[in-house]
Design a protein around this ligand. Sequence first.
Ligand code: CA
Length: 452
Amino acid sequence: MAGCVSRPEPLAGAESGNKPNIVFIIVDDTGWADLGCYGSRHIRTPNIDQMAAEGIRFTQAYSGCTVCAPARSVLMTGLHMGHTSVRGNTGGIPIRDGDMTVAEVLKRAGYATGGFGKWGLGDVDSPGVPEKQGFDEFFGYYHQVHAHDYWTEYLWRNSQKVPMVGEKGDPQRYTHYRIFEQTLEFIRRNKDRPFFCYAPWTPPHGQYQIPESDPAWQMYKDKPWPRDAKVVAAMDTMIDRNMGELLDLLKELKIDERTIVLFCSDNGAAKRFDGLLDSSGPLRGCKRSMYEGGIRVPMIVRWPGEIKAGTVSEHVCYFADVMPTLAELAGASRYVPTGVDGLSFVPTLTGRAIQKKHPFLYWEWHLYNWGKRKNVPSGLMQAVRMGDWKAVRHQSNVPFELYDLSKDVAEKNNLAAERPDIVAKIEAYVQRDRVEPRAQIEPEKPEGKRYR
Ligand SMILES: [Ca+2]
């Protein structure tokens, strides 16, 4: 990229055909404090820590939501939870034909697009399937409930069933190994053209399953901890090993310098494991909560020669920012739909332009009672961040709680009664910015099954 910088278009090279490859790893339920570089005392993640030492580590990056499917909907559409299509977490609600995804944006810019892992935005035979949403290929789980089973009998590739061979417990059958292999295979096959490798890997999400023979399991199996904690730690260390292998492959293929690698989690830790793994660190709550432990996630980005090694950033960003960011990297900003909620964080990565900041960040999550195939709304959680202020409510008909994150990252001291002026600003913002969701309807499923 040297010599092609022309402000204020910091990545002019991307427009002129010198497009970086993009690898986006998103792991499932790794907590904000579950990596060594985020302070974990027990989980060994040397490769990810090294990646942070060579790149940038964000301390205030947020998911799009506190659970899997809505978070992915925000990530893929660049729209926050008050605007995006999928607002419930049943796993089968599809994004729409009309939704423009990150993959569609990058495909228009000439990228090969592949996805490997858990899609969660539309089951087979729905309009949300990845191969109708900008992906040349997608290998893995389409319905997220299917993704709970690491020993499933089949995965999908572009809506075609791929049988998993071997017995349960046999490493050959372990889906993450197959998904990881396919991730690397896609990178190898596309090394000579710009590619977008989206890797929503399923560990360390439950069910907590890992082959007995996995070296990471061997490291933790004799720890005096509950089994779930041991498996979560082992899965995070397994992912770390995979990250090391992936970065080694980029070097082996000599595409390391023109490949940007982003690593993050999709929401907070599924369990806190207090006093043991301390997966949320000092943050309150965990997955399914609108407190920081539910939505703040680890995020690390590495791009040799472009990102200053060892950078730690407090820039406040979230999944809605991924579309404009990747589009800018790819010289594809013109394909980003008007009205997306995200802001590119490329200026934070490269230091070459002024970083725009969000006046507000918004999250919501709709809970539904699912019975007799009727989706009955049963609750709406909401959260807003405005500067250092954070507002949370667990039902839309109760008052917001208010916290000052600059002094109270643990969200212990509710200041709503003392600062009605701030609460009023936040309420007015929510009132004017969010819209009601369309009906969250899942397509018909085979008799007796939750997914195809
Ligand atoms: Ca998740």
